[in-house]
Design a protein around this ligand. Structure first.
Ligand code: AMP
Ligand code: MG
Length: 396
């Protein structure tokens, strides 16, 4: 077993082969979930003009305190046509353009308005009521860095800064091929020895959340010819994910058949539980992952290796699994030679995340895993890891 790779070693080998796909132009409004391929620079100053952050009066601060003549109005989108002169004020709305001559805004709550004049007592100038032109970002400056995954805040920023299109790596096309003579799709009748396919719908959901365009191929029997034809089809994608048939049984045909088709195996076997017999290879630029058939093994293998690979294909600046610190809710037994990923439920207790492993940690127990919202990394070792021990976890 000593020849098994560690999780980190295996991940480095995967990332070493996952080269960013070519960029394409994407409309900002449709770019959520995409990864920026080039820095996005502001097309305009933001705000594009000095504007008021409150409803009130635009004034010259040196005229205060005083009784000022109201000479006009500046609503949002309708700037005042005149400047503010000595002893004058212009009524202004939130978002209205601060007129020439004015250097301050006095909020409506702080003044008394009376027949064409505004009475401003004392020194009621507050800072920050005029939003400076370019105070958020200047034209030509960076709005969102390359390698950033675009979420709601980034989309809003790009739109506000006047960008209509951005450059993003193309969406990776991922084929999923389930192997196993025993597999039936939901809705079909189970005969003796058959089970429902869990991995297809599960992996498709995971892959889509990683930004992939998923092609779920029809499941294939443990038959060399059928497998070969299906693999050939899947190898046209940017990544091919198979499940099952990757261990050492006589019906485990995925590695041998992949090799016959020219797939170069980069590794097979990671010191990981569940999910040890995971295979990774390449054919040209296609990444080929052979995940074990047990659903929990497949789930874990996808989070540890496939999701990072897909993020790397999209040019993400940090594609590695985002492990976070927490502590164990109860003692767990360690595995001597393999790092474990336990399915756990997380809660927050005085500022730290407590991870309670769910009952039923065997790799076929996907129904038990449904109670979990985290994968807890328990490093290999002897004996137990005590309750309260610091651990790292991946949110599911
Ligand atoms: P294998 O990796 O082919 O040896 O399969 C390991 C275990 O996972 C066996 O019990 C299979 O029946 C089961 N299995 C394989 N593929 C799936 C699947 N798509 N959904 C649910 N269980 C599966
Ligand atoms: Mg099988």
């Amino acid at each position: 077993m000593s020849e098994l790779l560690s999780i980190d070693q295996a991940l480095e080998l995967v990332l070493g082969r996952a080269v960013a796909l070519e960029p394409e132009d994407v409309v900002v409004a449709g770019a959520a979930g995409r990864v920026l391929a080039a820095p996005a620079l502001a097309a305009v100053d933001l705000p594009p003009f000095p504007s008021s952050s409150m409803d009130g009066f635009a004034v010259r601060s040196r005229d205060l305190p005083g009784t000022l003549t109201i000479v006009g109005e500046a609503a949002a989108g309708r700037p005042a046509t005149m400047a503010v002169g000595e002893g004058q004020a212009i009524a202004i709305a939130t978002g209205g353009m601060v007129p020439a001559g004015a250097d301050a805004v006095v909020p409506i709550e702080d003044v008394h308005v009376d027949e064409g004049v505004v009475v401003i007592q004392g020194n009621t100038i507050r800072g920050g009521l005029v939003r400076d032109r370019g105070g958020d970002v200047s034209a030509g400056a960076l709005v969102v860095a390359a390698g950033t995954s675009l979420g709601p805040a980034q989309i809003g920023a790009l739109a506000a800064a006047g960008l209509t299109n951005v450059s993003c790596a193309r969406v990776p096309r991922v084929a999923v091929l389930l192997t196993g003579t025993e597999l039936r799709a939901a809705g079909e009748q189970l005969e003796a020895g058959e089970i429902y396919d869990a991995n297809g719908p599960m992996l498709a959901a995971q892959l889509r959340s990683a930004g992939a365009d998923v092609d779920l191929l029809p499941a294939v029997r443990d038959d060399p010819d059928a497998l070969r034809a299906a693999l050939e089809r899947g190898l046209a994608a940017d990544a091919l994910i198979t499940t099952g048939g990757v261990s050492v049984g006589v019906h485990d045909l995925v590695r041998g058949t992949s090799a016959e088709l020219g797939v170069e195996e980069v590794f097979w076997g990671v010191a990981l539980r569940p999910g040890k017999p995971i295979a990774f290879g390449v054919l040209g630029r296609t990444l080929v992952f052979g995940l074990p058939g047990n659903p929990v093994s497949a789930l874990v293998g996808l989070e540890l290796f496939v999701r990072p690979a897909l993020l790397a294909l999209q040019g993400a600046s940090d594609p590695r699994p985002p492990f976070l610190p927490g502590r164990l809710g109860r003692a767990v037994r360690r595995t001597a030679t393999r790092d474990s990923l336990l399915r756990a439920r997380k809660t927050v207790d005085v500022g730290s995340v407590v991870l309670e492993p769910v009952g039923g940690q065997e790799s076929h127990m996907i129904a038990r895993a449904a109670a979990a919202d985290a994968l807890v990394l328990v490093p290999r070792g002897d004996g137990e890891l005590a309750a309260g021990s610091p651990v790292s976890y991946l949110a599911l």
